[in-house]
Design a protein around this ligand. Structure first.
Ligand SMILES: [Zn+2]
Length: 268
């Protein structure tokens, strides 16, 4: 490990500081999950190709709920076959050592942190394992109905029934943040994530490009407070730049599986 990085981590360890880890698509890519922002995310409706940024919206759901559900069921099918990797497991080790001094904030909806054994997880973009009423009738969070392994066919009547809210009979929706919606505390734990960032002695950013605004807000907050900021990523990105400018910052170039085991070992 680079001496500068070892020095930063040793300081956090010595102070028994709080650690916030922010993860993005990069950590899941090593489990074979595509980002869905590229060609993997396209969906054909009629004769038109739709981008993920068009499919994952309230507007599209209100207009064509069945199409949006079929697209999600297709994506969730890919996610279901994936397994947590060494990066996810390293963060479980860190949580077990730090207990309440640890918070994991993830942009990933694939549930791989939870399945690996992480418990203190704020899923700021939601979690594919759950659904909720599209009309917010008060039914709460429900398990994603099991529709088995399906192709891209139209929904059957039985499938439509499974995707109906048990309380009001309207559509259920995936428990995920859509592009035309806002972060909140109730569904997406925004306040909790910002509070954790406000108390962190170290922010460890893993595999995220900073394309969405709450993660950038978290990074800026930590940067301005002068807390330690370490970015793990194979590519340059806004967090790497922030970490390079921070007094106690470091850009650890590499993937989660390559870098996290050593970083965690230096913190516990
Ligand atoms: Zn309902």
């Amino acid at each position: 490990m680079e001496p500068r990085l070892a020095e930063i981590l040793s300081g956090v360890r010595g102070r028994r500081g709080r650690v916030v880890v922010l993860t993005g698509a990069g950590i899941s890519a090593e489990s074979g999950i595509p980002t869905f922002r590229g060609a993997e995310g396209y969906w054909v409706v009629g004769s038109r190709n739709y981008m993920p940024q068009e499919m994952a919206t309230r507007e599209m759901f209100d207009r064509a709920p069945e199409e949006v559900w079929r697209w999600y069921l297709h994506r969730f099918g890919i996610v279901r076959g994936a397994e947590p990797n060494g990066g996810h497991r390293a963060l479980v080790t860190l949580e077990q050592a730090l207990g309440d001094r640890f918070t994991l904030v993830t942009q990933n909806i694939d549930g791989l942190h939870r399945r690996a054994g992480s418990r203190r997880v704020l899923a700021i973009h939601g979690d594919a394992a759950w659904v909720r009423c599209a009309d917010a009738c008060g039914a709460g969070l429900l398990d994603l109905p099991d529709l088995g392994v399906r192709g891209n066919d139209a929904l059957t009547a039985a499938e439509r029934r499974k995707l109906a809210c048990p309380r009001c009979g309207g559509w259920l929706r995936p428990h995920v943040l859509w592009f035309d919606e806002y972060y909140d505390e109730e569904n997406y734990r925004m306040d909790s994530a910002l509070r954790a960032a406000g108390e962190a002695d170290l922010l460890l950013v893993v595999g995220t490009s900073g394309a969405t605004n709450l993660p950038m807000q978290i990074g800026r907050l930590v940067y301005l407070r002068g807390a330690a900021l370490v970015d793990v990523n194979p590519e340059e990105n806004p967090f790497a730049e922030m970490a390079s400018r921070a007094e106690r910052g470091f850009f650890a170039r590499g993937s989660a599986c390559e870098r996290l085991p050593d970083i965690v070992a230096a913190l516990v």
